[in-house]
Ligand binder design. Structure first.
Ligand SMILES: NC(=O)C1=CN([C@@H]2O[C@H](COP(=O)(O)OP(=O)(O)OC[C@H]3O[C@@H](n4cnc5c(N)ncnc54)[C@H](O)[C@@H]3O)[C@@H](O)[C@H]2O)C=CC1
Ligand SMILES: O=C(O)[C@H]1O[C@H](OP(=O)(O)OP(=O)(O)OC[C@H]2O[C@@H](n3ccc(=O)[nH]c3=O)[C@H](O)[C@@H]2O)[C@H](O)[C@@H](O)[C@@H]1O
Length: 463
């Protein structure tokens, strides 16, 4: 069995970059990425590569090389499904906002819709690949829906979770630590696994392609994200203790990270983790554990989220306390809105929640982010539903120029670790601010000593 025609359902942060890299690395495979969202597909097809719907370093070069050759973006979903021998499902699986499992479980509505659509239009045998992050045992639901098509088509379900991180997606896809493929342990299942292994083997050393059973693969994805998020919450929880004891969290991170059993990565204290997945996947893990009656296990993982919420709230409170317990009508500047640097993604960004706390206290926010649009920032705040869209618009100003954003401000809060913030002319910024001028560095990226020399009052996380 050889994979020749791929259809990927979902042209988002995962579907777009993953399929672009597969197409670039495998010119013999035709890859069509489809989506219901016409605007998104039009942006993927835009002749100006600056207009791709996702900002990722290096992505436009990959798209430029493969698009029109063997990489296509389309809204003709049924046609692409019908023609493909392999279908990747890469649609969103957000936390449920209604009904049973509300606020915890993953909403699998879009996954089921995909399965039903595949069932409806398929006339030839296909491999179905779960690329979306899914609760363990979802493959059995997909199998069940596909089995009842009654048109004699054979489907093999594989789980191939994605481990890329935003901002480094292209590098992560070109040189992943590992690729994971889970499948049925039957002969047909093993054949399907092998077919997908051969795709990745084109550019990834074979020993980095791990194969497992379906359920281990599904659960490993949730586990990997839970472990990563847990490290961030662990270090963030200790940052608060550092602030009380004159220990310095950066020194503590370095000291423990040099132990090879702990390792240095993911120990950076921050204003709290964001992103579309850490919270959603841990909540989902908690829900699954509860479903199986594993109360203690569920409570263990829930704590990771509690600490993260605490860290975001704590940062906002620190700003209010240090601005003499009131921020009413005070201009506060946010540098950064994205959930991390080098992405335009703002989903679950700590900035949104810190902003919300400050807006409750009637602060006036001025925001600058090099990649996030004003429309997106306001949409993020409106989504919280804590005040009217009009109020958000009145209280929040979005600037294109960081120096203007800081003018006449009482305080600057760094919410995202964009590299450019380190190189600003901080004297120039200081001169135009109200005094005393405060900086709350939520990412510990600025040179505290230099800023203090200029005259700023500097507050960082965990020191
Ligand atoms: N964003 C990330 O960095 C990572 C995300 N994941 C997982 O990958 C999955 C996708 O995530 P993102 O790409 O971030 O989501 P996204 O929201 O950016 O993209 C999903 C796309 O699927 C489309 N879609 C939904 N239902 C559809 C249907 N029935 N037919 C056609 N198109 C449909 C939506 O219009 C949307 O454009 C999620 O399960 C997520 O947990 C996994 C690893 C990394
Ligand atoms: O399933 C997913 O969506 C992805 O989730 C994360 O990737 P991502 O959320 O894109 O970005 P990360 O680099 O993991 O950062 C997540 C959040 O944690 C924060 N973080 C990270 C590391 C750290 O030391 N400290 C810290 O505060 C970041 O600023 C960011 O807000 C995982 O790293 C990916 O492996 C996974 O595929």
């Amino acid at each position: 069995m050889e994979i020749k025609k791929i259809c990927c359902i979902g042209a988002g942060y995962v579907g777009g970059p993953t399929m672009s890299v597969i197409a670039q690395q495998c010119p013999h495979i035709q890859v069509t990425v489809v989506d219901l969202n016409q605007e998104r597909i039009a942006a993927w097809n835009d002749s100006n590569l600056e207009n791709l719907p996702i900002y990722e370093p290096g992505l436009s070069d990959v798209v430029k090389e493969a698009r029109g050759r063997n990489l296509f973006f389309s809204t003709e979903i049924e046609k692409a499904i019908h023609e493909a021998d392999t279908i990747f499902i890469s649609v969103n699986t957000p936390t449920k906002t209604y009904g049973k499992g509300k606020g915890l479980a993953a909403d699998l509505k879009w996954i089921e819709l995909c399965a039903r659509q595949i069932a409806k239009v398929s006339t030839t045998d296909k491999i179905i690949v779960e690329k979306s992050t899914l609760p363990v045992r979802t493959a059995s639901t997909i199998k069940d829906i596909l089995k009842h098509t009654g048109n004699g088509v054979n489907f093999q379900i594989l789980s191939n979770p994605e481990f890329l991180a935003e901002g480094t997606a292209v590098q992560d896809l070109l040189k992943p630590d590992r690729v994971l493929i889970g499948g049925d342990q039957s002969e047909k299942g093993k054949e399907a696994i092998q077919a997908l292994v051969e795709v990745y083997e084109r550019w990834i050393p074979r020993e980095r392609v791990l194969t497992t059973n379906l359920w281990s693969s599904e659960l490993s994805k949730l586990t990997a994200n839970a472990f990563l998020a847990q490290r961030v919450s662990s270090i963030n929880s200790l940052s608060e203790l550092c602030e009380r004891t004159e220990a310095d969290i950066s020194e503590v991170s370095r000291a423990i990270g040099t132990d090879s059993r702990i390792g240095p990565k993911f120990l950076k204290a921050s204003v709290g983790f964001g992103g579309s997945c850490f919270q959603k996947d841990i909540l989902n893990l908690v829900y699954i554990c509860r479903t199986y009656g594993l109360t203690e296990v569920a409570e263990y993982w829930e704590q990771v989220i509690k600490i993260n919420d605490h860290q975001k709230r704590r940062f906002a409170t620190q700003i209010i306390t240090n601005l003499y317990n009131t921020v009413n009508a005070k201009k506060i500047t946010f540098l950064g809105w994205a959930f991390k640097k080098d992405t335009n993604d703002t989903r679950e960004s700590a900035a949104i929640y810190v902003a919300d706390h400050l807006l409750f206290e009637k602060a006036k926010l001025s925001v600058y982010d090099p990649k996030v649009t004003e429309q997106q920032m306001l949409a993020d705040l409106d989504y919280l539903n804590t005040r009217s869209a009009q109020e958000n618009q009145e209280l929040v100003t979005v600037e294109q120029d960081p120096y203007e954003a800081c003018e006449d401000s009482h305080a600057i809060a760094v919410l995202t670790e964009w590299d450019e913030f380190k190189d600003y002319d901080w004297q120039r910024i200081y001169d135009k601010m109200l005094k005393p001028a405060h900086i709350f560095d939520g990412r510990n990226i600025l040179d505290k000593e230099q800023l203090e020399k200029i005259g700023f009052k500097v507050f960082s996380i965990g020191s």
